[in-house]
Design a protein. Structure first.
Length: 346
């Protein structure tokens, strides 16, 4: 029999701890894109390998012009930005974003980009001129898909920053990634925990980095100190991202504990096989919902279910197991992927 929960415990598990703070005044996709039009035209907007698109070239493509090829990665991303802008105007679903069989609404991408902007501004030491933008160089060093890159690009454009996409070869070799960070003078680096753990073992100096965003579900305890050694004065945060949710769904301190809380607009639940909340300290299946959740295209979309506690809301079932700590932090179980749950009983 399941452990009975008091009214206070149940409220904490399905309302207080499960929900990030309410979203406030999130700019629209159109507003985010419009910000980039004020930025100096010759500034690099996106870079990948030897290819670049300046702000002028990117916006010419966005406005229907032809600037010549900048390579498949950047041209595809420019076309995706055009699709996002059009979907925002028409209210269409972004079918090519999100996991297979689902899509994303433009508002979900905008909410994720707004969160990214807030995190990027955390270590900013100067006032930003809205007509000039920032001097940020934000480097994405993950096996990025269209959703990740689109969120990062929208956030960068709104701030007048430059987005650098690490190639597969640069991601695979720590020394090549370190050289890329140094050569482009990256100020923000987004990468998986394993990638940064390998990078941190190098005898390198990367003084331009102000913030490290570490993605994963577990993290080496010593990583934060190693990253600060690479970039003195930098800070680091731990984050959970999943294809079912645009951008990051939860963040926490990079202290080796792996503890996380949902970001503004996100919702995280730990449930048993009958879709009931489990008590703090006990393991359960992790479900995800909120403002940037992917949309279902059909009723047969795999992994989505109704939220049993919020009428009309939906949840995505992740492949992870976790538990709440006594003070309201979510911690993933290391054996999450190996545990099978009888969802037929739900």
């Amino acid at each position: 029999m399941p452990e009975s929960l008091s009214t206070v415990e149940r409220h904490r598990l399905v309302d207080e701890w499960a929900n990030g703070v309410d979203l406030y005044d999130v700019p629209s996709v159109a507003a985010l894109i419009q910000c980039g039009r004020r930025v100096p035209a010759l500034r690099t907007a996106i870079r990948c390998g030897g290819h670049i698109l300046t702000y002028a070239e990117l916006y010419e493509q966005l406005d229907g012009g032809v600037t010549g090829s900048a390579g498949p990665t950047l041209d595809d991303l420019a076309r995706l930005l055009t699709d996002i802008a059009l979907a925002a105007e028409t209210g269409a679903l972004l079918v090519e974003l999100g996991p297979t069989g689902t899509g994303l609404v433009p508002d979900a991408v905008a909410a994720a980009a707004d969160d990214r902007r807030a995190v990027a501004a955390d270590q900013r030491t100067c006032t930003v001129d809205r007509a000039f933008g920032t001097t940020d160089v934000r480097l994405l060093a993950t096996q990025w898909d269209c959703t990740d890159a689109a969120v990062e690009l929208l956030a960068a454009l709104a701030d007048g920053a430059t987005l650098v996409l690490a190639t597969e070869g640069q991601r695979a070799h720590p020394s090549a990634l370190a050289a890329l960070i140094a050569n482009c003078a990256a100020t923000h680096v987004v990468a998986g925990a394993e990638t940064l753990a390998e990078l941190a073992e190098l005898p390198a100096a990367l003084p331009t980095v102000r913030r490290w965003d570490v993605l994963g579900t577990t993290c080496p305890p010593k990583l934060a100190g190693l990253l600060r050694t690479l970039a003195p004065g930098s800070c680091a945060g731990f984050a959970y991202a999943t294809p079912e949710y645009a951008g990051v769904a939860a963040r926490g301190p990079l202290d080796g504990s792996g503890r996380l809380r949902p970001i503004p607009g996100a919702r995280l639940l730990v449930l048993d096989s009958a879709m009931r909340p489990v008590a703090p300290g006990r393991p359960g299946a992790v479900y995800l919902g909120g403002a940037a959740l992917a949309a279902e295209l059909t009723d047969a979309a795999v992994g989505f279910t109704a939220d049993p506690f919020v009428p009309g809301a939906r949840l995505a079932r992740t492949n992870l197991r976790g538990r709440w700590t006594a003070d309201g932090w979510l911690v993933f179980d290391a054996v999450a992927a190996a545990v099978e749950i009888d969802y037929a009983a739900a």
